[in-house]
Structures are given as C-alpha cells and as structure tokens.
Design a protein around this ligand. Structure first.
Ligand SMILES: [Zn+2]
Ligand SMILES: [Zn+2]
Length: 383
C-alpha cells in the first residue's frame, strides 16, 4: 500500500526546520519568525520572494520558461492551546502549539520548492503561497483580498492538509464539496427582569433562549434535504446572576456547518426567522448576529483530476481512498478556491507514533509526510 517517494531535497535539514518551527509556534497574523525563516529558505533556493502579503504571508516564485502559472499553498499558524505530545521538540511558547500540523505543511511546501528548484521538472511558473492565520482568522481570505491573484496570476491552485484519520501512504481528494462552510451566530434576547416568584410581571429572556436553543435543532432536520450534510450546534447559553431573579437579558451562540452553499443560505434565514418568531411569541426582543466565516471548499473537476493523477504518480495506484467522506470541518483555502480553480488533498499521516487527531494536545505532525507531500505537489505542477 505505502510507497515513500524520494525527492531532491535535504530531508534532514527540512525535518530539523520542522522541529524548530514546532518549538516556536506563532498564532495567526503573528508568524513573524516563521515567515522570516520561510522567506530566507526560499531565497536560498533562488526563488523570487515577496514578503508581507496579508501581514505575515510569504510568496515565492520559481520560473522555467513559458507555461502555466500554478499556485501551491501551505498555512503557517499555530493554535492557542497547550501541547501534551511529550515530543523532544515540544512547544517552548506557553499556550501556543502546532496542533494542526501547519509547521509540517510549511516544511512540505519548502521541500517542494527545493525539489523543483533542483530538478527544474516543470514548465512555466510555480507560485509558493505561505499564508498566515488559517485557524478561524481567515488569513487565506485576506491574501485574496490583498491581491494575491492580481500579483501572482495563478491559473490553478492546489492545497493540502495532513489527515490523522487516514493511514500514512493514503490520500483523499474528490471533485465537489470537500470541506464545510463555517458560520457563527449570536442571538440576544431582551426582556424585562423581575422576581422569579412572579414571572407574569416580567418578560422572561431565559425561557426564550432555552426555547430557541431547542427549536434551532429542528432546522437541519426540517429545512434541509436529508441527503445534504448540515449541522447546527448551540454551544453557549448565558443569562442571569442568581436563583430568584429573572434577568433582563440572555444570549446564546453557536455554529452552522454544511457542504452545500444553498443549505447555508437556508439555515441562516431559518435561524433568523426562528429566533425572531420565538421572541415575538414570548414577548421579548431578539437581535440576531449571523456571521458568515468560511465558504464551502469546492474542488474543481479538472484540477481534481490533475491532483488525483499526481497522487497516483507519487504515491502509487492504491493510494487514493475514495471511501473517505468529506469532513464538516472548515478550511480557509476555500477562499482561494472561490477565486481560482483548484483542488485540495488530504494526506494520511497515521502510524504507530502518530495516532492523535489534529487539535488534540497529543498531536504531532508526521515527518514522513514531507517527501510524500512534496512528490504529490511536484507531480501536480509537472502536468
Ligand atoms: Zn486546525
Ligand atoms: Zn489545519
């Protein structure tokens, strides 16, 4: 099953760099040290380097005559959480941790650049995109808004992520929706407080919040085609100060995820209608703040074919796992795929020492993914 490609790059140095990045994780839009190391590495490879796109983003470029312009993207940020991996190269930055493997992604893309600069096994231009702030902050969106594709006219763009749910040597990429949209909501209810023993003299915002939290659970079940993946979770309810006072206000919050842009629109309007309708029924006021964060990540068919073929070339004919279902996690590479055709591949990383899921305190990136990712990306730009 598993084939481990070799690449033209100094793997020992790249693994050492990965461990160095892991020791010094930086949160979104604060990746100054990481970006500096990336830019220096790219310059040593002979890339044209643009620093400071979207704050701490870095873009490197390799040219080899006439041909297509293809973008390859990695993310660089860490998570605000404490590491418990027990690795020798554990985080030395209190409360910050590369718990999603973006240290590894950064090095995978540098490995790709090194391989391509040594072999020149491509035509045209390869654009290496190192984005800041993937973890909920939309650094990918900021790069697009700040002119990434006006400055670097990529005709196709490819992204990747390590995946502990897949074994090392397996990969998943299919045409169509691959990661979910991600929205956040907050609903505030304003009533009239009073004595808990005399609820008829108040307008109770706690009751309205509780009723809304329950009713919202009907939306995915009653508003959305059962074949479409959609989930709405209420994750916070806040109100009150003591047992015998009905408070003036309450609020609840949560998140909506779906693989279908139409379902996303429908859930937003149904949520607003439900909150406002419940408030009217209970005689309180409601204010809905619904924030659309990341869009659905959609793999474009032609680019998907290129990436699937690259996986097969680099990893072997059995590497693709077409039974792997899209996740309802979100990924801000979706913004780049809204702007340019492209595709996103999940690369398996699970083995004996790498069992933990991303965002788990025990997680660590599997360094054996580095040559695999570099071979896949190099094969994708060679086509
Ligand atoms: Zn993550
Ligand atoms: Zn991630």
């Amino acid at each position: 099953m598993t084939s481990f490609p070799t690449i033209q790059a100094d793997i020992d140095a790249l693994v050492a760099l990965r461990h160095d990045l892991h020791r010094h994780p930086e949160l979104g839009f604060e990746e100054e040290r990481t970006a500096g190391l990336v830019a220096d590495y790219l310059e040593r490879l002979g890339c044209t380097v643009h620093r400071g796109l979207a704050g701490t983003g870095v873009v490197g470029m390799l040219e080899n005559g006439e041909g297509p312009i293809v973008g390859l993207r990695a993310d660089m940020d860490a998570l605000p959480m404490t590491e418990a991996s027990g690795r020798e190269w554990s985080s030395t930055n209190e409360g910050k941790f590369h718990g999603c493997g973006h240290d590894g992604h950064t090095v995978c893309l540098l490995a790709t650049a090194e391989h391509l600069s040594r072999t020149q096994a491509f035509r045209g231009t390869v654009v290496f995109i190192f984005q800041p702030a993937e973890e909920g902050l939309g650094g990918g969106q900021k790069m697009v808004v700040d002119g990434l594709f006006e400055q670097f006219r990529c005709e196709q763009v490819f992204g990747f992520h390590n995946m502990p749910l897949l074994p090392l040597g397996a990969a998943a990429v299919q045409s169509g929706p691959a990661m979910a949209s991600f929205d956040e909501f907050r609903i505030e209810f304003g009533g009239e407080g009073g004595h808990a023993a005399m609820p008829h003299l108040s307008r109770d915002p706690v009751f309205a919040a509780a009723e809304t939290a329950v009713t919202l659970q009907a939306l995915a079940a009653r508003e959305i085609d059962p074949h479409i993946a959609a989930v709405l979770s209420v994750t916070q309810i806040h109100a009150g100060t003591t047992h015998n006072v009905i408070p003036h206000e309450s609020w609840l919050g949560g998140t909506v995820r779906t693989l279908d842009p139409g379902a996303r629109d429908k859930l937003q309007s149904a949520l607003e209608r439900t909150a406002e309708g419940t408030a009217v029924a209970r005689g309180v006021g409601a204010k809905v703040d619904y924030q659309r964060k990341f869009p659905v990540l959609v793999n474009e068919p032609a680019a998907t074919r290129v990436l699937r073929s690259a996986v097969t070339t680099a990893m072997g004919s059995n590497a693709l796992d077409d039974a792997f279902k899209p996740l309802l996690a979100a990924e801000d590479f979706a913004f780049m795929l809204e702007a340019r055709p492209g595709a996103y591949v999940l690369l398996g990383q699970r083995d004996e020492e790498h069992q933990a899921m991303v965002h788990n305190p025990a997680y660590d990136f599997n360094d054996r993914v580095i040559p695999i990712a570099a071979s896949v990306l190099a094969a994708a730009v060679a086509q």
